[in-house]
Ligand binder design. Structure first.
Ligand code: ADP
Length: 494
């Protein structure tokens, strides 16, 4: 007899299921990709039935592959691609349209209209967000306005909306429970994260009937039951992917932060029980809710991070594999004068300059590919410092340590440089599946399997990188970086 939790990780390109044992150790994984639909330029959709099918498919495959008795699965936790939105009919259970994915830009005009109506400050103070097509609210409006008959059915109260967690729970609970959690609600642009309720003003501005909305619960809650082969498994944890990763990294106290080094970087810092609003264009979001206790986070993202390493490989053809950057960087001794600012698509927080473009500075006759590789790696660390500094400024909270995950965190040179330039320890865990682990932890807490301190004590570190630079060196290098950034600003269109 065993005790297991299953984490469902419903991502943007694949559905995954992870098996976690009673000690919090990962014991297996099943994964399946699904189709990305691009009906028009700037539009991105998923088929909600395929999302459901692949998610339940990997769940069943994992149970079969690992030969687990259903009764030993004590709970299910869900983490999901955030903001992606489904509208479905509560009688037939059928979606009225494909899921509109977070990347989809079709609602840009609706966003402009909200800005013209003067809602920018209201959105920032109430939902913690900036008005953008990224978030769910305008996607719901688009479906109601554009799918034949949808508006009338919504007004009659037969349509429901939800982010992917809601869609999964609704189906897994045999159409009984229409719920979501605080973290997912906080990405809709229609949820008041201060007073913890759907925001009437935004619902009116977007013409979304209240009857469509899920009930919002803490991230640990009895969300429903998934019945299979006569066994009922409770669904007891939900969090959006970035918040789940923060939780999976054990960032439970004010000032703890995580950074995910993927194609882009996602940086979140736990700011405690009071929301902190940003002056630097960062987002305020709910990190998690345990019972009625809410922890908030500041969130920033870097558009081009690992993508800059891909540019070295595919654009410049300087390397064959991302890993080579580490050897190249280590082949140089001492400081290099070269700085790469990978502002390929403008600069995000805290600069917000869409006219900035990438540049290389400090070239000399002896500059070679090792210098470029090293400077590109360092740019990821500098951009991360930009964001974390803005978070510290916005929250008046000092960051305690940075916990890392994502593909590029495997790079030891990058991680050491990150610790050096931040003057903070960088913690790389043994299991870098932080997102799924976060969902499993939330589910396990709800059924009394673990406490926060158990999770904290059991987290295994692969390596801790300690800072080595003195203050003068750190200031000099970061000063050079800021000078380089200044010179990339406003390039396009000038
Ligand atoms: P995503 O989930 O965004 O697809 P991953 O977390 O899988 O990204 O990380 C892949 C990214 O990390 C790629 O952009 C790749 O260039 C970069 N990367 C992977 N391994 C390394 C490495 N050892 N050093 C530097 N960058 C790396």
């Amino acid at each position: 007899m065993g005790t297991y939790i299953i984490a469902l990780d419903q991502g943007t390109t694949s559905s995954r299921a992870l098996l976690v044992d009673g000690q919090g150790k990962m014991q297996g994984l099943a994964q399946q990709e699904f189709k990305q639909l691009y009906p028009k330029s700037g539009w991105v959709e998923h088929d909600p039935m395929e999302i459901l099918g692949t998610q339940l498919g990997v769940l069943k495959k994992l149970i079969k592959d690992k030969d687990i008795a259903l009764k030993d699965i004590k709970a299910i936790g869900i983490t999901n691609q955030r903001e992606t939105t489904v509208v479905w009919d509560k009688i037939t259970g059928k979606p009225v349209y494909n899921a509109i994915v977070w990347q989809d830009k079709r609602t840009a005009a609706i966003c402009e209209d909200l800005k013209r109506k003067g809602l920018t400050e209201h959105v920032r103070k109430t939902t913690g967000l900036v008005i953008d097509s990224y978030f769910s609210g305008t996607k719901v409006k688009w479906i109601l306005d554009n799918v034949s008959g949808a508006r009338a059915r919504a007004d009659q109260g037969t349509l429901l909306m939800g982010t992917i967690d809601s869609w999964l729970v609704w189906n897994m609970s045999a159409n009984k429970n229409h719920v979501t959690d605080y973290t997912n609600a906080s990405r809709t642009m229609i949820y008041d994260i201060v007073n913890l309720k759907w925001d009437k003003k935004m619902l009116a501005a977007l013409d979304i009937p209240k009857s469509m909305l899920p009930i919002v619960r803490p991230s640990t809650y009895h969300f429903g039951e998934y019945e299979t082969e006569g066994v009922k498994i409770p669904i007891t944890g939900i969090a959006g992917d970035q918040q789940a990763a923060l939780f999976g990294q054990g960032c439970f106290t004010k000032g703890t932060a995580k950074n995910t080094y993927g194609t882009g970087c996602f940086t979140l810092m736990n700011t405690g029980e009071e929301p902190r609003f940003s002056k630097n264009g960062l987002l305020t979001t709910i990190a998690y809710g345990l019972d009625r206790k809410i922890h908030y986070a500041l969130e920033g993202s870097i558009f081009i991070a690992g993508a800059a390493i891909q540019w070295l490989r595919d654009g410049l053809e300087l390397i064959k594999d991302a890993k080579e950057t580490e050897t190249l960087a280590n082949s140089l001794e001492g400081e290099s004068s070269v700085y790469v600012v990978p502002a390929f698509a403008g600069l995000g927080a805290p600069y917000w300059d869409m006219y900035a473009r990438g540049a290389i500075f400090g070239l000399t006759r002896d500059t070679g590919k090792a210098h470029l590789a090293k400077a590109t790696l360092e740019s990821l660390a500098y951009r991360t410092k930009d964001i974390l500094k803005a978070m510290e400024e916005d929250s008046s909270i000092q960051m305690k340590s940075l916990r890392v995950d994502g593909g590029a965190c495997a790079n030891n040179y990058l991680m050491q440089f990150q610790a050096d330039i931040l003057d903070t320890e960088v913690h790389r865990p043994e299991v870098i599946e932080s997102t799924a682990m976060g969902a499993a932890f939330l589910a396990g807490i709800q059924i009394g399997l673990w406490t926060l301190s158990d999770i904290d004590q059991n987290r295994l570190m692969d390596r801790i990188f300690s800072p080595t630079f003195d203050r003068i060196k750190r200031k000099r290098l970061y000063g050079n970086w800021k000078k380089a950034v200044e010179r990339t600003k406003g390039w396009e269109g000038n």
